[in-house]
Design a protein around this ligand. Sequence first.
Ligand code: SAM
Length: 374
Amino acid sequence: MMALSSPLQNLSAVISATANATTTAARPPRGRHWEVHSAASNTSAAAPVQFGGYEEGKLERPKWAGETPLSRLVQALISFKPLYSVLKLGARRVFISTAEKNNIPWRQMAKEVLESEVYREMDSIQNQSLVYPDYYLNPFHAYEEGNLTWLAAAEAEAATMSMVRRALPNASSLEEATQILRGNWLHAIEQHHIQYSESSVVNDILDIGCSVGISTKYLADKFPTAKVTGLDLSPYFLAVAQHKEKRAMPRKIPVRWIHANGEDTGLPSKSFDLVSLAFVLHECPTRVILNLVREAFRLLRPGGTLALTDFSLKSKVLQELSPVLFTLIKSTEPFLDEYYLTDMDETLREAGFVNITSILTDPKHVTITATVPQ
Ligand SMILES: C[S@@+](CC[C@H](N)C(=O)[O-])C[C@H]1O[C@@H](n2cnc3c(N)ncnc32)[C@H](O)[C@@H]1O
């Protein structure tokens, strides 16, 4: 824990150094998994030439996750309130400065949202009678009120862009990183659905944990004839999603936004062909992960596809993360250990899913697809 003994001022440098150090390991052999169609300026069309094959580490999961001595040490450090406060503040500063160094104008983007008319969307989005689950009321991502603030909602797009850039530090630009991360994810979903669903048609899509609608937009672009629903627990995020969608190119079939709990959506059974949970599960305790998977099973039609994408336990890059970085990440992600200890294959099997398929769709993230039996 060498770097923890020195204060947080060097974190930014460590992040850049780590990104570079992991690049060699992260980058698949040239000409294989790295390429995307050059014409595919729109990620929805960016089916990769080949994908998968990102390097796996030797461990079952990173040493800093789960029930290891290292993980317990990090947890003890984070539980020490004064250090936690410094870490949280440091984490926020580092996230912003790293993003801005990567040409993601974090503060400018947030300012534009906060100074817009986004607030007008709240009335039409918010379900006043929704009761938030306890875990959702924790401080989160260095926001004292978690996802339930305008600031978190205004910063979500820049934070997402930054996550994509950090996952693929060797990509030539943010656009290329996005094409790879989102393109490979969409490709994995499409391939799974074509292979295992008898009709292979996707008429209805539910994006659970849609945040400010970025994953929802990619799904809607990829499947333009489908009715797409974005669902989230944060009315602030949904307001930003709706605000942005209203200002984008109109779609033939507008996206529907729903403020609800993905564990118990209240939506009719067997009403979707595709349910997506993109980058949601690492933010949830194990019991919530189980509920989300069971609810997805209920909502899917026979032959329907569930698509999960999130941190990979096997990712070599994540297994080799520097102590500073994983301590930083853990200080803002209260349920990361629970996620890392959840056996996703087993969870999906127990819920009734078949054809469970996992693939590293970028150096850090796995996409797991599964089918509801016909
Ligand atoms: C990292 S964001 C998802 C990002 C987005 N899917 C994407 O790919 O860009 C995780 C989201 O999950 C939402 N979330 C967490 N628990 C949820 C639940 N039980 N039901 C619905 N949404 C939930 C959070 O509010 C947050 O917006």
